[in-house]
Design a protein around this ligand. Structure first.
Ligand code: GLA
Length: 395
């Protein structure tokens, strides 16, 4: 028996670095996918074959804690994600089935499009199906998050795992990361463009330390603000007025971080209303303001990301542009009037080449459903993605 599982990447339209502060986010799953095909096997050994990397590794379920291969070498970084999900499921009392699994992906890796969360959620779903367990998707997202924080070591929020599992074609997701209440807001489909700076961001290393440092800074700021605002539980509970009144208790760096979080939470709430009313221009302006805040207050942008946003903002048909995901390299997301899609993509590529001497990977994306299972797949040959559309041709 073979089981096939697909999991999408995601973009985040607004609400960056707020999901670990109890804030609001607006991600959408996109039509770039990780695909696994797996066979259950007897015994205790998991064998992973990462086709795109042309690497294979085997390890024992009983040995997950030590993060070693069968031959005693450290597990390679890419294998930590599936191994971590197996470990996190076991922590919840589940007994994941031994498998041989191959996988391939058209989600650019390390580019801020949740290639890691796609791996985690796809493997989570795989083990769920093989074990016939009833786990609701939010719970599965939390288990995958546990893997990422406590096994891989990235102290992230739940946005990516949530988006990969809850995506809906034609919709953007509005998630309150404090209550985990969410809503799918209709979104017309052909005007999202991703631009990849080509500069790798890898939360696993070395920017893991910068990402985790941001979270530490927010936690420090929260502790200090709690002294003067005893009612708050997270930075999301602080209003812009309250921050204005009390930010003098914070050192300058923490003041900047807190200001980003507090204002970004307000921006997302206003942006969700714009989406409901389909007011794209106002929504786009909020994206641009969000980028400026990530650049100037949160210090997670890069010259390449800033260049892409600046060039995009000057092109006809551009409604909004900003970095998406953690930053430190990776991609921008652009909201583009559909009548200008082709000249926009050409103009952005040309402008980036002129400004930086680099080639950007630019492609339009569509919103997608969340991860799903297909039992009818029997062979897995590497996918060929149709550059420019983000679509698939199955060979
Ligand atoms: C990464 C993390 C998310 C989120 C974003 C920034 O994608 O995995 O949890 O914090 O960065 O918004």
């Amino acid at each position: 028996m073979s089981v096939g599982v697909y999991a999408p990447g995601r973009v985040n339209l607004l609400g960056e670095h707020v999901d670990y502060n109890g804030g609001f986010v607006l991600p959408a799953a996109i039509d770039r996918y990780l695909r696994i095909i797996a066979q259950p096997v007897d015994g205790d050994v998991i064998t992973l074959n990462a086709l795109d990397l042309q690497q294979q590794v085997s390890f024992k379920i009983a040995n997950l804690e030590v993060k070693q291969t069968l031959t005693g070498e450290p597990l390679p970084g890419w294998a930590l994600y599936p191994a971590g999900v197996c470990w996190a499921l076991a922590r919840q009392g589940f007994h994941p089935q031994a498998v041989t699994a191959e996988y391939t992906s058209t989600i650019p890796s390390g580019a801020g499009l949740s290639s890691s969360a796609a791996i985690e959620t796809a493997f989570g779903l795989l083990w769920q199906v093989l074990g016939d367990w009833q786990i609701d998707r939010m719970k599965l997202a939390e288990i995958c998050l546990d893997a990422e924080i406590n096994y891989v070591g990235v102290n992230c929020g739940i946005m990516d795992q949530f988006a990969c599992l809850h995506g809906q074609a034609g919709h953007v997701l509005f998630l309150d990361t404090q209550t985990l209440e969410w809503e799918a807001i209709p979104f017309p489909d052909t005007n999202l463009v991703v631009a990849n700076t080509g500069t790798i961001h890898q939360l696993g290393a070395p920017s893991i330390s910068q990402y985790n440092q941001r979270r530490n800074e927010c936690e420090q700021a929260l502790r200090m603000l709690m002294q003067v605002l005893p009612g708050i539980q997270s930075l999301r509970d602080v209003t812009p007025d309250e921050l204005g009144e009390f930010e003098h208790v914070l050192p300058v760096i923490l003041r900047k971080r807190a200001r980003h979080v507090v204002e970004e939470c307000r921006r997302v709430q206003i942006a969700a209303d714009c989406l409901r009313r389909q007011e794209w221009r106002e929504f786009g302006n909020l994206m641009v303001a969000g980028h400026a805040s990530l650049r100037d207050l949160y210090d997670v942008s890069s010259p390449e990301l800033d260049a892409l946003v600046e060039i995009a903002a000057g092109l006809p048909g551009c409604l909004g542009a900003r970095l998406t995901g953690a930053g430190f390299g990776g991609c921008t997301i652009n909201l583009v009037d559909r009548n200008f899609l082709e000249p926009f993509i050409a103009g952005l590529g040309e402008g980036y080449r002129q400004m930086t001497g680099r080639e950007a990977g630019i492609f339009s994306v569509r919103t997608s459903r969340g991860a799903w299972v297909e039992n009818s797949i029997n062979t897995l040959s590497p996918f060929h993605s149709r550059e420019g559309t983000g679509g698939w041709v199955i060979s």
